[in-house]
Design a protein around this ligand. Sequence first.
Ligand SMILES: *Cc1c(COP(=O)(O)O)cnc(C)c1O
Length: 401
Amino acid sequence: MTKSGLSTQLVHAGERKQAPEGRPVATPIYASSAFTYDSMEEVDKVFSGEAGDYVYTRYGNPTIAALEDALTTLEAGTAACAYGSGMAALHAALFACELAPGSTVLASQDLYGASFDLLHKVFGAAGVKTVTADFNDLEAVRAKTLASQPTALLAETISNPLLKVCDLEAVSAIGKEVGARLIVDNTFASPFLCRPLSQGADFVVHSATKYLGGHADAMGGVAVAKQEHDRLALVGIMKLAGGILSVWEAHQILRGLKTLGLRLERQCDNARQLAGHFKDDPRLARVHYPSLSPQASSGLLARVLRPPHAGALLSIELKDNSKDAAFRFMNALDLCVRLTSLGDVFTGVSHSASSSHREVSPAQRKRLGIHDGLVRISVGIEDFADIRDDIDQALTKSLRP
Ligand SMILES: *Cc1c(COP(=O)(O)O)cnc(C)c1O
C-alpha cells in the first residue's frame, strides 16, 4: 500500500485487515467497549502484549485502528493515534514532545486561536512558555529559535485566515539546529495537498472534523508520528487523558477519506477560479489566495503543496473594510453557509475578526493583517458558477444603500 498512489491509498488504506483476535462483546461498527477471549490465559497474554490486540476500547478498537492505519499510510508516518477532536490531537502531540516546566514552545503567530489558548492556559499552567514568531519570516524564526531554545516548534501548513504557506523544510531545519521537534497542524492542507512528515516534521496533527471527514457531521482529530518511538507517548495520553475518538465518528471519517482526493481536486479548482474571478473586483480591497501571493513565484508553493493546487480556502477583504460590510455581505449569501468550520462539501464562510480571532485585541489583529472586512471562504464542491453568482450578488448587496 505504501507504493500505491495517493488516490488508491485514500480508498484502501486501513481497510480489510484480518479480523481482530478479540471477539467483540457487541457487534460491529465495533461499538463494543470491551473484547472477550476464550480463556483467562489468553486475556493475560493480551494484557502482557504477547498476543491479541483488543481488550478495552479506550486502549484500542478495530474501527478506530482502521482510521489510524489509513492516516499512518496517508501521512507516510509510523504511528497514528485518533482522538475526540483536533484539539485533543494537538494536545497529545505537544505532550509527546516531553515539555517540562521551564521549556519553551515556539509557535507561529498565525496559529489557530484555540491552539494558542491550549499553549497558554493548559501548558502555561504547567510552566511551559510560549514564544511566537512570524513563520513566513525565516530570519525571525531563526533568531527566536536561537534566543529561546525551544523544545518544540508549532507550525501550520497554511495559515488562518491569510492563507500563507509555511516553508516546512526550512522551519524544520532551523528547529533541528537546537534539537527542537516540529509539530505541523496540517488541517488546512490535508494529506492530499501536503505530507509534512516528508518535509521535516516530527508530528502532523489534523482536525479530522474538517477536510478528512468533509461532511460537517463528525468531530475528531489525529496525530501522526514520523518515528516509531513516539507511538508510546501518543497512545499513553490517549489512554490516560482518555480523549478517544468514538467508533461512530471513526467510521464516518474513514468513509470521508475515500473521497478526499475527489473533493479536494474540485474544491481547489473552484477556489482557484474564484480567486481569479474576484481578484480585480472593484468591490474588494484584496483577495488572499496562495497562488496570488509572492510565495507562488518563489516556487515555495510548488515545493510545499501538491502542484498545481493552492488549497481550497480563500479570504476576501471588502473595499469597505468594516465589520458592518462583512456582516451585510455574509447575511446576503443564499447558497454559502455561515459557519465557524471549514473543509466541508458545501461552501462555507466565516468572519475571522469575530470568530477565530475574537479574543485577539483589535490592535494585534491589525498588526497581523486581519481586518474587520475580511471573510474566509471554504470552497465546496458545488458548481463553480453557482458559488460565483452567490458571492457576486451578496457583494452587490453589501455595498452601502
Ligand atoms: C478546527 C481546527 C482545530 C481544532 O480542531 P477541533 O476538531 O475543532 O478540535 C485545530 N487546528 C485547525 C487549523 C483547525 O482548523
